[in-house]
Design a binder for this molecule. Structure first.
Ligand SMILES: Cc1ncc(COP(=O)(O)O)c(C=O)c1O
Length: 368
């Protein structure tokens, strides 16, 4: 039997009646953009995360882009983030015309090393964009206090961490602005692209709402240079159904992570994810680290066990960012992790027998 890396078909089967009903209603109403159902979903999102404003938008990338635009960040400004993330985090900084300043990650959490941020701050720094990678929040308290000291804004890239908690609060409610992605494979995934911006700040929320709708405050009155960055209503109702089941799914993800952790406990030189005591992870990815990763990937592939590498090349070594002048050796932890990390099948619908098959195969590989 084939093991799925993420089983979205099983999830649809489980919620089919609810999803079909909601989607059918949108088709009948023909309110495909905006409307009450989108507003309801945004209210539910805001409540879930614990912020005043949740604004649905077209993707996680656009959520980050809209946040930078709303803060007026652009040419001549610098934004700090890590080179061990998905390209979108850095891409949007460059797209608004600002300079990307990379800071290396911690070896255990893979999130930004807050002890290295201060050295990267200059008079041009406007914001820090920490990434809550694989589903675990970065050290947001330390980041927020540095931001306060230097008068910077903090945008959490929570594209992988929707639902995660940090000291009792949810990811995306931990800084000036939080952003998430509803890409289908994310913990809360749409049936297409989607994302959201979260903030307690009324002014920023209003500006993001205008920016994602061509900068208009009234129809055909354009105050800002904006984009078409709306979340469509079909996605909103699907996400609203999935949100009802989300906590149950997070629990199932955690159970699988604990089973993996136990299964790998006797393998030396294999590092399972390290989750800090004051937070949890939603395991958007369950990523282990070991030397000779590519050999393990090959071994698992021969047993039809799918894996993925998030991410094989750190962003400072990507061709698109060559103009920034970084070179190999600049961010040693990120470079090492890119060589060693591999993500294993993870989804609330991964059967017990599939979980065992993954564990057994890795134990077999380690004993070989
Ligand atoms: C860390 C991170 N940032 C940003 C994004 C961009 O999200 P989207 O694919 O919805 O544009 C992703 C999603 O893949 C991500 O994992």
């Amino acid at each position: 039997m084939k093991i799925n890396f993420i089983d979205l078909q099983a999830q649809y089967k489980e919620y089919k009646a609810e999803i079909d009903k909601e989607v059918f209603e949108v088709f009948q109403d023909a309110t495909f953009i905006g409307g009450q159902k989108l507003a309801n979903f945004e209210n539910n999102l805001a409540k879930y995360v614990g912020v005043k404003h949740a604004i649905g938008c077209s993707s996680g990338t656009d959520a980050l882009l809209l946040s930078l635009m709303a803060l007026g960040i652009g040419k001549g400004d610098e934004v700090i983030t890590t080179p061990f993330t998905f390209i979108a985090t850095a891409e949007v900084i460059a797209l608004v015309g600002a300079r990307i300043v990379f800071v290396d990650i911690e070896q255990d959490s893979y999130n930004i090393d807050t002890t290295k941020i201060e050295a990267a701050i200059t008079s041009k720094t406007k914001a820090i964009m920490p990434v809550s990678l694989y589903g675990q929040c970065a050290d947001m308290d330390e980041i927020n206090s540095l931001a306060k000291k230097y008068n910077l804004m903090v945008i959490e890239d929570g594209c992988q961490s929707f639902g995660a908690t940090y000291k009792g609060k949810r990811s995306c409610a931990l800084s000036h602005i939080g952003c998430t992605s509803f890409f289908p494979s994310k913990p809360l995934g749409a049936y297409g692209d989607g994302g959201a911006v979260f903030t307690d700040n009324d002014e920023l929320a209003q500006k993001v709402r205008m920016l994602l709708n061509h900068g208009q405050n009234e129809r055909y009155k354009h105050k800002y240079l904006g984009i078409n960055g709306r979340l469509d209503t079909v996605q909103a109702v699907i996400l609203d159904v999935k949100l009802r089941h989300f906590d149950k799914e997070l629990k199932l993800r955690l159970d699988i992570a604990n089973r993996y952790l136990k299964g790998f406990e006797n393998i030396s030189n294999l590092y399972p994810p390290t989750i800090k005591a004051d937070r949890d992870s939603v395991y958007a990815q369950y990523s282990i680290r070991l030397k000779g990763r590519d050999k393990l990937v090959d071994f698992l592939s021969k047993k039809s066990i799918p894996t993925a590498v998030h991410y094989p090349i750190p962003l400072h070594l990507q061709e698109v960012f060559a103009n920034l002048g970084y070179k190999t050796g600049d961010f040693k932890i990120s470079e090492m992790v890119c060589q060693e990390v591999v993500s294993l099948p993870m989804s609330p619908f991964l059967s017990l027998s599939d979980q065992s098959a993954v564990i057994d195969a890795i134990v077999e590989y380690a004993n070989d």
